[in-house]
Design a protein around this ligand. Structure first.
Ligand SMILES: Nc1ncnc2c1ncn2[C@@H]1O[C@H](COP(=O)(O)OP(=O)(O)OP(=O)(O)O)[C@@H](O)[C@H]1O
Length: 350
């Protein structure tokens, strides 16, 4: 039987998007089928450029088409982050909040590197440092002391670093100035971050929250639609109890928890690379299971990771080939997948 477009599409109906549990054709992901003799060229749109399952989908497509007599199958991936029906902020598709139960677990390091990893996959990304009590993103990105400008509409222009749009409270309030944030001022500041900043077109706005459970989380959830929250924790049991409280807070303000990221999982010896699980093993994964959410992965405890943040060059920029960067990239793909699944669930079934 000759290879026709209809037969190709019929075969592609057996290829499932493993995350969404439906086939590529009914999901409308197959955008182009071109045949040249027995050569098949496909254009497949994914729901996020950071899809972790590209490789598997491509292999499944081949497996479905080769028995039809295709001599060669070429798959090009395209598409962007699916737009929600209603944007939380004009031009911004998803607001993703990164929180932790307590300070010092690496929440800011995680927010910065997850944002960079999403950018690296081709998404447009902003990073908002809403950690009003201990802002660290300006330092992390080497943006300390930089003055902000406003555009012609008097909206604040975020700073730019390594392809990200970055805005930190540290660029607004002089560093070192003691701040007592009372409810209304705090609420007004978060509002200003969301409404009076010219974020432009973004797929993801990653928000670095203050540690713990509190007013900023509440204001953010009241002022905009947060697509989901990420919980950063270290592996030991005591940290997990705090992390669980952070999850509770997300639930209370009706922000779905997209996943748990375990930081400082194992210490990687700088000499031999041997991992040592200083804080125990498997805590983050167990927490994700308890919360019935995704486990986004493990970030090792390493000297370069600590040094890179202090130097104003996050590890994804400083050592993109290293194990830390790879771990953040994997976590960012999982996060993007969690968001895609959620956006898909919100859509009416075809
Ligand atoms: N995996 C890691 N390996 C080595 N150092 C790390 C790692 N994660 C974070 N750090 C370091 O730990 C310190 C605290 O990290 P970070 O500021 O990201 O934590 P945080 O949870 O945001 O803290 P806070 O809530 O107090 O702002 C920083 O010096 C950072 O460089």
């Amino acid at each position: 039987m000759a290879l026709t477009e209809e037969r190709v599409l019929e075969a592609l109906r057996t290829v499932m998007d493993p995350e969404l549990g439906r086939d590529l054709v009914s999901l409308g992901m197959v955008k182009e089928v071109r045949l040249e003799g027995t050569r098949v060229d496909l254009l497949v749109y994914l729901t996020t450029p950071a899809c972790p399952l590209k490789g598997q989908i491509e292999a499944d497509i081949r497996r479905a088409l080769l028995p039809l007599g295709a001599s060669e199958v070429r798959v090009r991936f395209g598409g962007g982050v699916k737009a929600p029906e209603q944007y939380p902020i004009p031009g911004v598709k998803h607001v993703v909040a990164v929180g932790s139960g307590k300070g010092g677990v690496g929440k800011s390091t995680a927010a910065a590197n997850l944002a960079l990893a999403l950018r690296g996959e081709g998404a447009q990304v902003g990073l908002l440092d809403a950690d009003l009590y201990g802002p660290s993103q300006a330092k992390m990105f080497g943006l300390e002391g930089q003055r902000l400008r406003v555009d012609e509409n008097r909206k604040i222009l975020p700073l730019e670093a390594y392809g990200l749009k970055v805005l930190s409270i540290a660029n607004i309030v002089p560093p070192g100035q003691a701040m007592v944030w009372r409810g209304p001022i705090l609420h007004g500041t978060i509002r200003q971050f969301l409404e009076e900043v010219s974020w432009g077109e973004l797929d993801y706005l990653v928000v670095d929250l203050p540690p713990g459970t509190g007013d900023v989380q509440l204001s953010l959830a009241q002022l905009t639609r947060v697509s989901g929250g990420v919980i950063v924790t270290t592996p030991q049991e005591v940290a997990l109890i705090d992390a669980e409280r952070a999850a509770d807070m997300f639930h209370k303000v009706q922000v779905p928890v997209l996943g748990v990221l375990e930081n400082m999982s194992s210490f990687l010896c700088p000499h031999c690379g041997q991992p040592t699980p200083i804080f125990g093993e498997g805590g983050g994964r167990r927490l994700a299971e308890r919360l019935r959410t995704r486990f986004l992965g493990e970030i090792p405890l390493t000297l370069p990771l600590r040094e890179s943040g202090d130097r104003g060059r996050p590890i994804l920029v400083e050592a993109p080939e290293g194990p830390e960067a790879e771990a953040f990239r994997r976590a960012a793909r999982e996060l993007a997948a969690a968001l895609s699944v959620q956006a898909f669930i919100a859509l009416p079934m075809a």
